[in-house]
Design a protein around this ligand. Structure first.
Ligand code: FAD
Length: 503
């Protein structure tokens, strides 16, 4: 950097988004950068966001964080999958991380499985997903499998205490030089010339100037929304849930290495087991369910006593028209919100941080850089949106909320994806898609959308050979899982913080 004046990055907000950004920026930007974070204890954080996807492991590793220390500090448990209960009438299935079956050269496993199903020699899809078999057996392991050439390692994520994760990252960031200011942002000054943000004004009369501002103020969107006036693209006609109630309950005896998402008449309920408690919440559409009914349903669905009163949260699904405007980039809830069904929000913070680091502007941001960032951010959230809509659209439940979901036309890209699968058993993953073809496969099959065709190559082997191959894969999975330790033993050995679980 040519100048000696430090490049000042100001982060407004200290929830998961603010502290993830602070930790990563201070880790990857060297001398010449000053990172400041402003947060208000009086305002607090949204206080949810406890289920993650495996990419978070890479984020932590890139910061040099020891995984067991992170698990202990955030009272985390391991997560292999999400179990969906009742999304189709009475049914349950898992969207497990990792692979399903084994591809045969060019031929994706799903075609072999579809042929096996047509021949009556295939087991349900879940038998071929190592993560699924392990999750159902409450088992956990990390590292190579015994049959490493056939079964890859199990990818895993975490259930974590969001407040403790932010605290953990705060300690990390402050130890490396991030300066934190406590206080409420009362006003934001913009330059007359270009409209960029010049400074934040705190209730303590402090003024914080910067070159680049990251809006991590959550649903308040204090900078991107209020100060910059960037609009919000509303997706609630596709994803109409607009409220949640969250409540912790006593630690579950059934300490599962997966999140559970149970559908109800007007939305769904989550269950996230941590070492010291279970996180629960109900997500619902207020047009179809009152707050009182939602609270009663949430409390009735707990498997242990509640540890407090349900806490209400309101939201609107959608995304900011531009995540980056002027010299403000929105991360986390200020940039938009897709409901938490596939635990994608924390990941979207992570990918935004990566994008910011890659496309970090000079003191003046050229428009093409901003446009490119905004295009990538929009693409990412639209693809995730479509995946979420699939869960709602492909239902056969008998309630007004669910009927309306079935009858609402889906976005064009999703309609094409479903048609392709139905006709050919094919699933295409495009550049920038977060979810793999295997993730789509599990949800398409789980939600009861059947494929009429499969790849002609899958018709080549004789029926008996297909049967033998599928049988072998299922047996290998079962054998591998049989020697894995129970999830609670695994946590005891790798990151137990709690006396109860460490005992
Ligand atoms: C019901 C629900 C369930 C969710 N579940 C999941 C999940 O399972 N997995 C997942 O990945 N994500 C989940 N999320 C999303 C996840 O909670 C968020 O992505 C994550 O917590 C990041 O939030 P944030 O940091 O953007 O905002 P917040 O946590 O709200 O933090 C905002 C920060 O800004 C500060 N602030 C705001 N206004 C001002 C001001 N004027 N002055 C100073 N400071 C200010 C606040 O004090 C706070 O520090 C869920 C969200 C909801 C609503």
């Amino acid at each position: 950097m040519a100048t000696t004046t430090p490049y000042r990055i100001v982060i407004a907000g200290g929830g998961t988004a603010g502290w993830m950004a602070a930790a990563a920026l201070i880790r990857f930007l060297g001398q010449g950068f000053a990172v400041t974070l402003v947060e208000s204890d009086a305002i607090g954080t949204v206080g949810v966001g406890e289920a993650t996807i495996p990419q978070i492991g890479m984020f932590n590793a890139s910061l040099g964080i020891d995984e067991d220390a992170f698990v202990a500090a955030t009272r985390a448990s391991y997560k292999l999958a999400i179990e969906f209960v009742g999304w189709t009438r009475g049914g349950r299935y898992m969207h497990a991380f990792g692979d399903v079956g084994r591809d045969n050269g060019l031929l994706a496993f799903r075609h072999t499985w579809l042929r096996g199903m047509a021949e009556g020699v295939a087991a349900p899809l879940c038998a071929y997903a190592l993560n699924n078999v392990a999750a159902l057996g409450n088992r956990m392991q990390r590292g190579p499998t015994r049959t490493v050439r056939v079964l890859p390692e199990m990818p895993y994520a975490f259930h974590l205490d969001a407040g403790l994760y932010a605290r953990f990252l705060r300690d990390y960031a402050e130890a490396r030089g991030v300066v934190r200011h406590e206080g409420r942002i009362e006003a934001v000054t913009r330059n007359g010339a270009d409209g960029d943000v010049a400074a934040l004004h705190l209730d303590s009369d402090r003024r914080i100037e910067g070159d680049l501002f990251l809006d991590c103020t959550g649903f308040h969107a204090r900078l991107i929304g209020e100060a910059m006036g960037v609009g919000y693209q509303d997706w609630s006609h596709w994803l109409p849930c607009d409220r949640a109630l969250a409540v912790p309950s006593a630690r579950a005896r059934d300490f599962t290495p997966y999140t559970r998402a149970t559908a109800h008449d007007a939305g769904w309920q989550w269950r996230i087991p941590l070492q010291h408690r279970t996180g629960n919440g109900i997500v619902y559409a207020s047009r179809y369910l009152s707050d009182d009914e939602a609270a009663a349903r949430l409390l009735a669905g707990l498997d242990e006593p509640a540890l407090g009163d349900p806490r209400p949260i309101r939201f609107r699904t959608g995304r900011r028209e531009q995540a980056w405007a002027g010299n403000v980039i929105a991360l986390g809830l200020s940039s938009g919100f897709l409901e938490p069904l596939e635990s994608t929000s924390i990941h979207m913070i992570q990918s935004a941080v990566e994008r910011i680091l890659k496309l970090l502007p000079g003191r003046r941001a050229p428009a093409p850089l901003r446009d490119s960032y905004n295009r990538q951010a929009a693409h990412e959230s639209e693809r995730i949106r479509d995946f979420l809509i699939l869960h709602y659209w492909a239902n056969d439940r008998d309630a007004p909320f669910w009927r309306e979901r079935r009858e609402t036309p889906v976005p064009h890209g999703l309609a094409e994806k479903i048609a392709l699968w139905r006709e050919t058993g094919e699933i295409l993953r495009e550049d920038g898609d977060l979810f793999s073809d295997v993730a789509w496969l599990q949800v398409l099959v789980g939600q009861g959308i059947t494929a009429r065709g499969h790849h002609p190559l899958a018709d080549q082997p004789p029926r008996a050979q297909i049967a033998e191959y599928l049988d072998l894969l299922a047996k290998l999975n079962a054998r591998e899982v049989a020697q894995m330790p129970p999830h609670s033993d695994f946590v005891r050995a790798h990151g137990a913080a709690d006396a109860e679980i460490a005992a």
